[in-house]
Design a protein around this ligand. Structure first.
Ligand SMILES: [Zn+2]
Length: 310
């Protein structure tokens, strides 16, 4: 009996409640719109799922298309000046691997093909063409060990800017450096080697000076640097001065490497030259300096790594 009473009472409450809510719905249409909208929410979810799946298929396309855009952007940097902006250093280096950037000329001489690249490797086995002269030579605004105009004050624009920053940083640290010798044309190098060979003999000349076409000074990316403490001479004792030590420690911060390291004569073909800095850009300079290797060794290791990958 009691159950029945409770049951009918419940029905009554539900019916009245239902009526009341209908009245509410009619009078307050605004608030009724809220539950309607919220009811639509579940219908959004299922419809959103299918749109995800088809989009996952085209998402596979960007992968193959990622490679082509990086390739065309790799080649131009050899000509255009600031190459290290958009393209990664590794792909630039890959394009400038020594074995890919050399060919024999009609006389059987190995001549480099990436003459104007910041990563060009020039040594006794890799010659610059006798006709090569950089197109963007400027005189860096740094102190020189001599006065007056001279072609050997010049460097390529990017290297010259970097040299200015290097000298500024030295000055800030109380280190006084002077530039001694930068760009050298093929003809000038020819005259220097001949003069050295005439006075010291060809064997000594070969160890201490470059044959024409084999000097980094022809690239416009090298500068000989010295200090008053050694009378601005280009001699190995410069490496023991505070200026020489500073240079070895900070050159890479500005994109330069000490090109001819102590103990690496058999690799570079030249005696230790603590005064000769070569511009290769900050990223590469820092990596080479950290690894304590020569440019030759760096490229050899890179070549080996790439061969293993392919
Ligand atoms: Zn030099």
């Amino acid at each position: 009996m009691k159950k029945k009473v409770v049951f009918t009472a419940l029905i009554g409450v539900i019916v009245v409640g239902g009526l009341w809510s209908q009245v509410n719905a009619n009078t307050q249409t605004k608030s009724a719109a809220v539950p309607e909208a919220s009811q639509q929410q579940p219908s959004i979810e299922p419809s959103s799922k299918p749109t995800v799946e088809p989009s996952s298929e085209p998402a596979k396309n960007p992968k193959p298309s990622e490679k082509p855009p990086s390739k065309p952007s790799v080649k131009p940097p050899a000509e255009t000046k600031p190459p290290v902006k958009e393209t990664s250093i590794s792909s630039l280096l890959a394009d400038n691997l020594p074995r890919l950037t050399v060919k024999k000329n009609k006389d059987g001489l190995a001549v480099v093909t990436n003459t104007s690249s910041l990563f060009v490797l020039v040594n006794k086995k890799r010659n610059l063409p006798s006709s090569y002269a950089p197109k963007d030579l400027v005189i860096p605004n740094v102190p020189f060990s001599f006065s007056g105009d001279s072609p050997k004050k010049q460097m390529r624009k990017e290297a010259a800017k970097a040299l200015e920053a290097l000298f500024d940083a030295a000055k800030d640290d109380g280190i006084k450096l002077k530039a001694v010798s930068g760009y050298r044309s093929y003809a000038t190098q020819k005259a220097i080697f001949k003069s050295n060979a005439d006075t010291k003999g060809e064997e000594v000349a070969n160890r201490t000076s470059a044959r024409p076409g084999q000097s980094e000074h022809q690239t416009g990316l090298a500068m000989d640097v010295s200090s008053a403490s050694v009378g601005y001479a280009l001699e190995q004792s410069f490496g023991d001065t505070k200026e020489g030590k500073w240079l070895a420690k900070h050159a890479a911060d500005h994109g330069f490497i000490i090109r001819f390291l102590k103990g690496k004569e058999s690799i570079t073909g030249y005696s230790y030259e603590p005064w000769h800095v070569r511009y290769v850009g900050k990223e590469l300079a820092k990596d080479i300096t950290k690894k304590k290797v020569t440019l030759e060794q760096y490229f050899d290791a890179l070549s080996a790594t790439m061969d293993n990958k392919s």
